[in-house]
Write a protein that binds this ligand. Structure first.
Ligand SMILES: O=C(O)CCC(=O)C(=O)O
Length: 297
């Protein structure tokens, strides 16, 4: 079942309004000192090399049945970040009311991650803190969910979007979660089909695929239908180009869009580390404490 959009009044100013619900972007979520401290504490021995990035899972990887063998997150991943999530009520609607799992991804220049969905192992809230470098996250619809034309689509009602999302949801709740690569679609989001009420302006169009620019120290929240009905990926390029208000969906929320304007709409990639906080639905208590240490990557 879909987790409701957290949409506390506190988050509303950070909503990315040109995208389907609900993404939120908060620049400068942590300070440069906090960023440096976290980067310095990431354990070098825990990296698991992948073809286009490296990864570590905390407290452990999930079991084959997508169960978390519960143990505490390391303190550098909890403080100061998790109390800030609580203040914004980010995980208030998820089963454990707090994240219990963090993936740390490191991308060097030219690296990325294929378009994918995060799947049914987690509650539908992902909180991503970016460290070090800037990247564009590409957002696209799932293949087969589009009914309108390519590139652009009308903003559907929540019900229409929900029905589009439901038809695309995996029937097996234990679907493998991260890294399940799915081919990105260039088609638009499903259209409602209903006319808008007469005395209201027609809703602004939503454009997919689209890009979310993630600055260092920012927080990106992907929730509800944005989690369940869309794909996300990071193109493996050395620079993000053509960055401007028309091509970046969170341009007006950026901490410093002037940096990209001055650079001619270009972001030269460096090394970026992301922390993705999630609430794993299935948690095993006692067994987790015994076996957790054996499953570390
Ligand atoms: O590094 C990121 O921002 C994205 C990571 C991601 O897509 C994932 O962990 O599923």
């Amino acid at each position: 079942m879909a987790t409701p959009d957290p949409a506390s009044d506190l988050l509303e100013p950070f909503r990315i309004s040109s995208l389907p619900p609900a993404f939120y972007y908060i620049p400068n979520f942590i300070t440069p000192e906090e960023e440096a401290s976290i980067l310095q504490k990431i354990p070098p021995s825990r990296w698991h090399p992948l073809s286009h990035r490296r990864l570590q899972a905390h407290p452990t990887t999930l079991t084959k049945s997508n169960t978390l063998l519960a143990s505490p997150l390391p303190s550098y991943l909890t403080s100061p970040i998790i109390p800030r999530f609580a203040a914004l009520r980010v995980f208030d609607q998820t089963p454990h009311k707090a994240p219990n799992h963090v993936l740390i991804n490191e991308y060097r220049k030219g690296e990325g991650i294929m378009a994918h969905e995060d799947g049914g192992a987690y509650a539908e809230v992902v909180a991503t803190v970016s460290l070090g470098g800037t990247v564009c996250l590409e957002i696209s619809s799932k293949p087969g969910t589009a009914e309108s034309g390519p590139d652009c689509c009308a903003r559907g009602s929540a019900a229409a979007i929900a029905s589009s999302a439901l038809s695309a949801l995996p029937s097996d709740p234990s679907d493998p979660a991260p890294d399940l690569a799915a081919k990105a679609s260039t088609e638009g989001f499903a259209e409602d089909g209903n006319s808008p009420p007469e005395n209201l302006d027609p809703p602004a169009p939503l454009h997919l695929p689209s890009r979310i620019l993630q600055e260092p120290r920012s927080l990106l929240l992907t929730t509800s239908l944005a989690y369940s009905s869309l794909l996300h990926g990071i193109p493996a390029v050395e620079a993000d180009t053509d960055l401007c208000a028309a091509t970046v969906s969170n341009w007006d929320l950026l901490g410093d869009s002037g940096v990209f304007e001055k650079a001619g709409g270009r972001n030269e990639r460096g090394t970026r580390v992301s922390l993705t906080y999630r609430d794993v639905l299935r948690v095993s208590g006692a067994a987790g404490r015994v076996l957790g240490g054996l499953r570390r990557v």
